[in-house]
Design a protein around this ligand. Structure first.
Ligand code: APR
Length: 308
């Protein structure tokens, strides 16, 4: 393959992300974890699946950052997932201690990479990544909005009884319970969802979307969602590698956009070969602006806890 992607953290999200990228032949993949030998076994299993999976990607696992050298993209999933009843924000202390040294190691070996963060609390962890790496902001971003949006689209499609592929939707804001789904922009192939469902039902679906991650955690008991997160990351990696310039909701560093300065926040971006190529600002109603402010405050409260 022409491109190299490293995935740090070979747990649920990391291994599935690595598999998705490799099995689509998007890039060669290096899968790293701190647990001795485990990523080597997973990587070898995925490589051996190539002939039947019909992919040639040279995927392998490692415990050594030297093997991640000169990556084009590094996906960072290392860290702890939440347990039932926990909010993502409660992970901040434990995961900051992981993300800071992980980022230092990553940038030492791949000074030109793009850094794509998945670890929660997402907006604070990707902020840590920007400050520690000192990379330009277009090369450091986080996956959250695609996941929140795919949940919103799924629930809407289930309710309306149409293909999920016909649903477009947008979720802005921090990756937490204050996220801001924008139902005005939710459509079934361009037809507003309000044509199909009542306001009351829509509000219930928005609430379910906000708590979508927690709903999965409550069933899994130990750990959090990984199928939808891993595919969301894969969509971002594909858009970069193929320079598709997809417009996707992602965590991007804002400097005045949406009236917000100096934090990461979920907004629609154009994602291509140069990473975040554009932040798309849309008009918001007063009510939406209020919800955005509330979400901004929630993100700032967590970022303020970082020892940077
Ligand atoms: N370096 C490399 N890997 C590490 C490190 C480290 N310093 N610390 C932990 N890890 C690895 C763990 O060994 C584990 O294999 O990160 C992996 C995390 O995997 P899981 O526990 O299965 O968690 P996962 O479901 O993948 O979630 C990872 O993504 O979605 C978010 O909230 C989630 O923050 C969590 C992260």
């Amino acid at each position: 393959m022409e491109k190299k992607v490293s995935v740090i953290g070979a747990g649920h999200v990391g291994e599935l992300t690595a598999f998705n990228i490799a099995s689509r032949d998007l890039a060669d993949v290096t899968l790293l974890d701190i647990i001795e030998d485990m990523p080597i076994g997973k990587g070898l299993d995925m490589r051996e699946a190539g002939p039947v999976g019909k992919y040639d990607s040279k995927i392998f696992g490692t415990n050594s950052y030297e093997d991640t050298a000169d990556s084009d993209i590094v996906v960072i999933t290392a860290g702890k997932p939440r347990k039932p009843g926990m909010s993502r924000d409660e992970l901040v202390e434990a995961n900051f201690k992981i993300i800071k040294p992980v980022t230092e190691e990553v940038v030492k070996h791949s000074p030109n990479a793009m850094l794509l963060y998945v670890t929660n609390p997402l907006d604070a962890m990707v902020y840590t990544g920007l400050k520690v790496s000192q990379f330009p902001k277009n090369k450091v971003f986080g996956m959250a909005g695609i996941l929140d949006t795919t949940r919103f689209r799924t629930f809407l499609a289930m309710e309306i009884g149409v293909s999920v592929e016909s649903l477009q939707a947008l979720v802005l804001g921090g990756h937490g319970d204050t996220m801001v789904p924008i139902p005005r922009y939710a459509t079934v192939s361009g037809i507003p969802v309000s044509h199909f469902i009542s306001k009351e039902r829509l509000d219930e679906i928005i609430q379910r979307t906000r708590k979508g991650g927690g709903e999965i955690v409550s069933y899994l008991k130990s750990g959090s969602a990984y199928y939808a997160p891993a595919l969301a990351v894969t969509e971002m990696v594909e858009s970069i590698i193929k320079d598709k310039k997809k417009v996707l909701p992602c965590a991007a560093y804002l400097e005045g956009e949406y009236g917000i300065n100096g934090i990461y926040f979920g907004v629609p971006i154009k994602l291509g070969a140069n990473g975040v190529e554009e932040i798309i600002e849309i008009d918001l109603t007063d009510e939406e602006k209020k919800a955005i402010k509330n979400s901004e405050e929630a993100v700032r409260n967590v970022v303020n806890l970082l020892d940077l």
